[in-house]
Design a protein around this ligand. Structure first.
Ligand SMILES: NC(=O)c1ccc[n+]([C@@H]2O[C@H](COP(=O)([O-])OP(=O)(O)OC[C@H]3O[C@@H](n4cnc5c(N)ncnc54)[C@H](O)[C@@H]3O)[C@@H](O)[C@H]2O)c1
Ligand SMILES: O=CCc1c[nH]cn1
Length: 486
């Protein structure tokens, strides 16, 4: 292997790589082959303490800069990230197994977009003037929260680090980021780039480890805010721990999102949406539309075209740009997905295509489609986080809306129809935070991203994220005498 996947050290703290071999070893596995490509160590309490203390010191200085000065650093980081997109994408592919065809356009590029967007609006983060009666007035000051903790999932390591760091830093906070223990490599590059762009040492730190490191990080009293991207069970634990310390939270959690295809839809476009919403990143996308409700009148035509197009997936070396479908992130995740496929079969789902582990080293599985799935089946109720698409039939608009909403999750939803009145009417009634009409899974930084119900709290991206990384101080100014009752 010529590409260097072993980082200089496990952590990035106070502006430099840091190692403490006393931490539990953490092997990084390339999912396409099963090879160990790096060995890191989980953060010890000493490393964690240094990271939080360094972040505290850096934040005091950073918060005193103007938004313009902070934004300049973020925009420089975005430029560096774009210049290095190819190498960062290759590293992301090693970290996650996702095909280079994807990582070249959806990971560091999305991270750079976030740095550029929040870098560009940092100078405009102002308070407001409020005129009151009698000539009195008030004003508000938008202040940072302090040191934020970021906790990442393994599907979009660079994107997640940047979606959290960019708004946090733009608002004058510092961050201690803990990537997923499954994909610890890419966030270190984000930390390196921020330093090169002029961020003060300690502003953005990366510490490695699993929940045993994340737990103490969240609970540390020096942490003012916690932003987690992860599963609902982890979200419940992290939210509860943050609540103990009355901390701000953003929770970007899982989903079981509906994609509704009406009988007037373009079947070709709807199949594209279903593929994007189920097989991109081998199905490891939180917002995936894994319950594909297809109107009974077009169901067989839809299934035939879906099977035909799924057979065209290029499953192979993720580093070959022709490859369009990669492995699962890990053997553990592969086994979870295989378990769901078994349940789908046992509970009466009709296997249209896929369903098998691919017989080669690494964690490979075929893109899988089940038809005749009913609402009560396990594969229609639980988040699988793998390439398993379930097609459910429907006849009536009201009925499909009720069924689409009959879940604790509420991350995303999509509708395919040529009737735009119906599209807006249906979307308005769907209980989901990030919705799509005649499209699926777009996540531009300008648009708020996040879920309702169990899928999350708060929003990432867009101007909405600013509210989640800052707080308002309001100042009342009396222009006359102060009157008191005695
Ligand atoms: N809504 C979104 O934006 C979004 C994006 C990507 C992934 N996800 C969700 O993430 C899940 C898959 O990712 P995952 O398996 O890495 O999730 P996970 O919940 O297992 O882990 C997420 C992160 O939390 C850390 N963690 C685990 N236990 C912890 C604890 N007790 N205290 C503090 N930190 C702890 C993990 O080490 C990891 O860094 C799916 O449910 C998916 O839908 C959501
Ligand atoms: O995995 C969730 C976040 C996301 C959605 N689309 C791209 N990234």
């Amino acid at each position: 292997m010529t590409f260097a996947t072993q980082p200089n050290a496990s952590h990035f703290v106070n502006g430099a790589y840091l190692e403490d071999t006393a931490g539990t070893p953490l092997e990084v596995i390339y999912p396409a082959t099963g090879a160990v490509i790096a060995t890191l160590h989980e953060a010890t309490p000493q490393v964690l303490d240094q990271a939080i203390a360094g972040a505290q010191a850096a934040q005091r200085h950073w918060a005193r800069l103007s938004g313009m000065e902070r934004g300049r650093v973020l925009r420089r980081a975005a430029d560096i990230m774009r210049d290095r997109n190819h190498d960062l994408s290759v590293l992301e592919t090693y970290d996650t197994g996702k095909p280079l065809q994807e990582t070249l356009v959806a990971d560091a590029t999305s991270g750079a977009d976030a740095l550029e967007y929040f870098g560009s609006i940092a100078a405009g983060l102002t308070g407001e003037h409020i005129q009151l009666s009698g000539g009195d007035w008030a004003y508000t000051i938008r202040e940072p929260l302090g040191v934020c903790a970021g906790l990442g999932a393994w599907n979009y390591p660079t994107q997640i680090a940047c979606w959290k760091a960019a708004p946090a830093l733009a608002c004058g906070n510092a961050m201690v980021f803990k990537p997923s223990e499954t994909t610890p490599l890419s966030a270190l590059k984000v930390a390196e780039i921020l330093i090169e762009a002029g961020a003060p040492a300690g502003l953005f730190n990366v510490v490695q480890g699993a929940g045993g490191v994340g737990g103490p990080l969240v609970a540390d009293p020096r942490i003012a805010k916690v932003s987690l991207t992860g599963s609902v069970p982890t979200g419940r634990k992290v939210y509860a721990s943050a609540a103990e310390g009355m901390k701000h939270v953003t929770m970007e959690l899982g989903g079981k999102s509906p994609l509704i295809v009406f009988d007037d839809a373009s079947i070709e476009d709807a199949v594209s949406g279903a593929i994007l919403g189920n097989f991109y990143s081998s199905g490891q996308v939180c917002s995936n539309g894994t319950r594909v409700f297809v109107h009974r009148a077009i169901k067989e035509a839809f299934l035939a075209r879906l099977a035909e197009r799924t057979a065209k997936a290029v499953i192979g070396d993720p580093l070959d740009e022709a490859t369009s479908f990669g492995p699962m992130v890990s053997e553990t995740q592969l086994q979870i997905v295989l378990g769901y496929i078994e349940k789908g079969r046992a509970e009466g789902g009709r296997l249209v295509c896929g369903g098998n582990r691919i017989d080669k080293p690494g964690s490979w599985i075929e893109p899988t489609v089940f038809a005749d799935v009913t609402d009560d089946m396990t594969i229609a109720r639980e988040e699988i986080f793998g390439p398993v698409l379930s097609v459910l039939d429907f006849d009536e608009e009201d009925d499909v809306i009720a069924r689409a909403n009959a879940t604790d999750y509420g991350l995303s939803a999509g509708v395919y129809t040529r009737d735009l009145q119906r599209a807006h009417r249906v979307i308005a009634r769907l209980e989901a935070g990030s919705c799509f009409i005649n499209s699926y899974n777009d996540a531009p930084v300008e648009v708020p991203f996040g879920g309702v119900k169990a899928s999350g709290v708060g929003r990432e991206n867009s101007k909405a994220a600013i509210a989640h990384y800052s707080q308002l101080k309001s100042v009342y100014v009396r222009m006359g005498e102060t009157e008191a009752p005695f």
